[in-house]
Design a protein around this ligand. Structure first.
Ligand SMILES: NC(=O)c1ccc[n+]([C@@H]2O[C@H](COP(=O)([O-])OP(=O)(O)OC[C@H]3O[C@@H](n4cnc5c(N)ncnc54)[C@H](O)[C@@H]3O)[C@@H](O)[C@H]2O)c1
Length: 320
């Protein structure tokens, strides 16, 4: 195979961008078509892309493709990914992989049985700053405190799921990926404001080494916030994922006499990088950048937070 024949499943807010990226990566993939449930969207798409197959069901295109990119609402991920894997297709599924650990275990087994690539869209891993700072964060002397905040004004999207599956999944994946000390208990509080699900949640994770991880997410917030902070005897790092800036407050003094160093880093096209990595795994057997186990791990922590919210108690989390 010299190019991956791919279909995008779901042409909503994010699906449009995935189509854009697939069209930009024609040296690695051939976009065969788009699967979209909405009839009027399909009619518009067929006018816009007369050379593509625009269909409502996977079965109408499945024999023509090697891979599917799943950008449908989260509550549909499991059934769409399962169908693709059963047909022995490679899958890139937007975050979260599915809605529960039980479903993720089924998808893991299926992808291993079928020997297909299954990549998950934890896009926050693709910030350029992590190339330098992940090795530093992974080796921080403990104990340390991590604080991650992600909040936005209500946009009316992703209301089929709670804010944990909508937003916190990004931060739990980052927490597990960036730091070697994994939390093993959590207590959480939250509020249902806009939807029948949790809309704002603060979770406090700890471990036996004395590390604390405070993760707060909200989708009925006053402004856009996306930041991560870690402090300990080594100083304080603050990363603003919106303005692409890292500040480091040293416990000593820098050579110019200052106590804080600021680094700007370039904004990257995360979707383009994710799709490139996906095609690279299929075509060249490159390791999967965010694999099914990563998707499963993030869901295990989501389930612990949910248990704590529902029981109002601290929940133990078994080691990964
Ligand atoms: N990585 C990120 O930062 C990020 C950002 C936004 C959204 N997402 C994820 O992307 C997914 C989609 O989000 P969105 O905001 O684009 O949603 P959306 O509601 O705007 O779009 C979903 C589209 O899928 C279509 N659809 C629904 N079921 C389908 C099916 N079975 N087959 C084909 N089409 C179907 C809908 O008609 C709709 O057009 C969600 O899982 C969300 O969590 C990830």
């Amino acid at each position: 195979m010299s190019k991956v024949k791919v279909a995008i499943i779901g042409y909503g807010h994010l699906g449009k961008w995935h189509v854009d990226k697939a069209l930009a990566l024609q040296d690695q993939c051939e976009l065969i078509g788009i699967i979209e449930l909405n009839e009027s969207t399909r009619a518009t798409l067929q006018n816009q892309f007369p050379h593509l197959k625009i269909v409502s069901k996977l079965k109408d295109i499945v024999d023509l493709i090697d891979a599917g990119i799943v950008v449908t609402p989260t509550s549909t991920h499991f059934s769409v990914v399962e169908q693709l894997l059963q047909a022995k297709k490679h899958v890139f599924c937007e975050k979260p992989l599915c809605s529960s650990v039980r479903e993720a275990l089924e998808l893991k087994k299926l992808s291993l049985d079928q020997k297909t690539v299954l990549q998950v869209g934890h896009s926050e891993r693709f910030h350029q700053i992590w190339e330098t700072y992940r090795p530093i964060f992974m080796n921080l002397p403990g104990p340390y405190v991590v604080r991650i905040n992600r909040a936005a004004a209500f946009k009316g999207r992703a209301t089929d799921v709670d804010v944990l599956q909508d937003l916190m999944i990004h931060d739990l994946d980052l927490m597990l990926w960036l730091f070697s000390d994994k939390p093993n208990s959590v207590i959480a509080q939250g509020a249902k404001i806009r939807t029948k699900y949790w809309d704002q949640v603060s979770a406090h994770f700890t471990n036996e080494k004395g590390c604390h991880f405070y993760v707060t997410v909200g989708r009925n917030y006053t402004r856009e916030v996306r930041d991560l902070e870690v402090y300990g005897s080594f100083g304080t790092y603050h990363v603003d994922l919106f303005s692409n800036q890292l500040d480091f407050a040293t416990p000593e003094v820098f050579s110019d006499g200052s106590y804080v160093k600021t680094e700007k880093y370039p904004k990257r096209d995360h979707l383009l990088l994710e799709q490139t990595a996906f095609y690279h795994s299929i075509l060249n057997q490159a390791p999967i950048v965010v694999d099914v186990q990563d998707g499963l791990n993030a869901l295990r922590y989501i389930e612990a937070v949910t248990d704590s919210l529902n029981s109002q108690r601290s929940i133990n989390i078994a080691p990964l």
